[in-house]
Write a protein that binds this ligand. Sequence first.
Ligand code: ADP
Ligand code: MG
Ligand code: MG
Length: 878
Amino acid sequence: MSRYVYSFGDGKADGSAEMKALLGGKGAGLAEMTNLGLPVPPGFTITTEVCGLFFRDDGWPEGLQEEIDVALETLEGRLDKRLGDHDRPLLVSVRSGAAVSMPGMMDTVLNLGLNDTTAAGLAELSGDARFAWDSYRRFVTMYGDVVLGIHYTRFARAEEDFCGDRTVRDLSIDELKELVERLKQVIADAGSAFPTDPKEQLSHAIDAVFNSYNTHRARYYRKTHGIPETAGTAVSVQAMVFGNMGGDSGTGVGFTRNPKSGENGVFGEWLPNAQGEDVVAGIRTPHPISQAAKGEGISLEQALPDTYEALGDMMRRLEAHYHDMQDIEFTISQGTLYLLQTRTGKRTAMAAVRIAVDMVGEGLIDEEQALSRIQPKSLEMMLRPVISPSAKKKVIAHGLDASPGAACGRVVFHSAEVQEYFDRDEPTVLVRVETSPEDIQGMTVAQGILTARGGQTSHAAVVARGMGKPCVVGCTELHVDYSRELFYAGDTVVRKGDWITIDGGTGEVMEGQVDMLSADTEGGAMDKLLGWADARARLQVRANADTGVDAARARGLGAMGIGLCRTEHMFFQPDALRAMRRMILADDPQSRQRALQDVLPIQREMFVELFEAMDGLPVTIRLLDPPLHEFLPNRDEDVSDIAKELGIRVDALHARLEALEEANPMLGHRGVRVGITTPEVYRMQVRAIFEAAYEVHRDGKEVHPEVMIPLVAMPEELHRMREEVVQTAETVIGEYGGGPSYHIGTMIELPRAALLAGEIAKYADFFSFGTNDLTQMTYGFSRDDMGKFFPDYQRLGLLPDSPLAVFDVQGVGQLVQIGTERGRAANPRLKVGVCGEHGGDPTGIGFFHQVGLDYVSCSPYRVPVARLAAAHAALGLL
Ligand code: ADP
Ligand code: MG
Ligand code: MG
């Protein structure tokens, strides 16, 4: 037969920390603290298993009552008090506690055992009538609320009516007694009865705690946090200790380290002369525990220095025992300290890193434990500014949290204007209905991006994440009026030049300048942690970067090279864009060549910056990928401007635009297909690469260029391109009389390329899986159109996550595996990496490690995430 009840108290418990599943987090913690000899009021825990039986059979299992009776007798014996006894009344709390904590979801009843007789007895025994009737008052309300289901506010209102403009603490003893009667009347008025028999109170309270496991909100919490329904809650019945017995009593909560910053030392709040729920109820403002902490009121350190010392000692002991930061609850009863709860404390990403690294230094945990305690994804947050927790803010709209971090700036609606503000050193937030490739320039220099439309995979979201820029998208409450240069958010009108703040981690849009905390890798804790990660990782981490600034930032974050430079982003620079347009619209080879000659120095200069920033490390440069029409205007009003600028006729430009138009650009004339049909473009780019390489090489730096051909589907495409690249490279090297060694490779981003990898690898020194395109091409949908059906798929559970955000191991993973195996079989020296967004996605990284890839490449801000994930993969944690 199962055992249903486990006792704790007097320095010895039946349970321990290992029994969390059976005793719940709270019950296991109480048992463990008891075993450690810490002062825990005695009691007993009814197991989580009983909870399951209770719901199955709609009642208590056979034998439970007997076990409870025995445990209760033991408890009564220990304390020499009895439930319901007038002379020495025992009071207990009945506390919920599931294996996985669900903060604030379930119920607890305090001061159980009181009735008119025991209240009078308690007053005599304690010599404190106020305390006795105050406890009774609390119990009637809590019992009515939690057990009888009468809404808390009805008691609160009755109390307010009774007190008038005084508080409960101002009432005389007789008035307090009268108030208790009034509260009982609230129960009677609701058609319920307040049981005077404490045993009856106890069994109803136990049922109520079980039932609180099954409320709507608790079920919803479990669903959203992935906690199994069957886990159940335990119920701990524990002798009460009283924090409401005068100035040398009180209650509080504490952390062994600061949960926001990670700083070592007691952190927390307490309230003198109070019981548990007072601290969280918000009626009185709690005081700090430590004198040094900011806060109102007398600190515990000042009020009760000895107790403060004792508490600090106990907290340090608990932390040393659990090898992790603890969050504890305590009560002080007439100078005596009791611990009522301990659990692993929740903390911010920043605190988590600092605590893990500090604890290695203190010898509490080892490096691998430190690594395992940090979620790779959480590191991304650490690099971004955040809204200060104490900031005053007025939220005017909510959108989707597309790219984390907070940004604050003046509202600007057009990309060109972002640059003007930037030149005057004025920060901006770019506000658009949605963004398009023409907005890249503005997005690059804006502090943040806000769009009224679009989902998590919209252009704005993807580009912003790539840039590491705070971004809120799909903010449907926003009505953007470009012509009047303003937007409405409900009743609020925000005009061009007004300040706003956005929080890409929550999706909030706020009026004005809201206080922010700047990104903080304090004391190099993150660097230290990532050093440990690198020592264990097998996958190397590179960055996707298109500019010298991004490359330098990536290197600072530990990138071991550039895995993807998208050369087309350079063309959106105004001079380059004009020349590109001339090239695309040229009628004859000579004028086309002349236009390309104008692009060449701009490209070369940008490659120089990249090579310099990456001195000694490989730089993979992808030749032009998008279709040429992306460089042409798509708005009628722009067409005439551009025709004028280029000195051609508007109808001629229209004709060319029509000729280039594609029904489906993603599957159109792009990538290597442009290289095959317009070889001059790639020739110009390769020349720019090798001229830049020569220049940087000459200045004494080490250059490792890798030329990458996009969108190859056929081995012969790469064969031809390889010859082209070699020819141009050798020509340049010949002209300059030298240059670095180089590699030529291809993206594998079409299913056909993955399948024919064995053939393609004959012409490749490296493969880089472009998992963005490969995912879209494998699923057969484009991210620009998936917003039409994806929300439904998500709701129906068909696709819980977008495969563009979380790598599809099952499907796309097969192509990566096949491509790698076949490629390596044909060319054993083939280097293989990934350069899609999944290069920074821990799920993807776990898989890429398994398949044996050499490197992943991701946006600079994700480099720390990827480094830690690569270590997690090597440690078998992913
Ligand atoms: P929660 O899970 O909501 O934190 P708890 O069971 O921890 O609920 O109870 C809330 C508070 O009630 C505790 O922090 C403590 O202050 C008080 N409390 C619970 N049991 C006792 C007890 N036996 N004696 C004194 N206070 C108690
Ligand atoms: Mg608690
Ligand atoms: Mg691609």
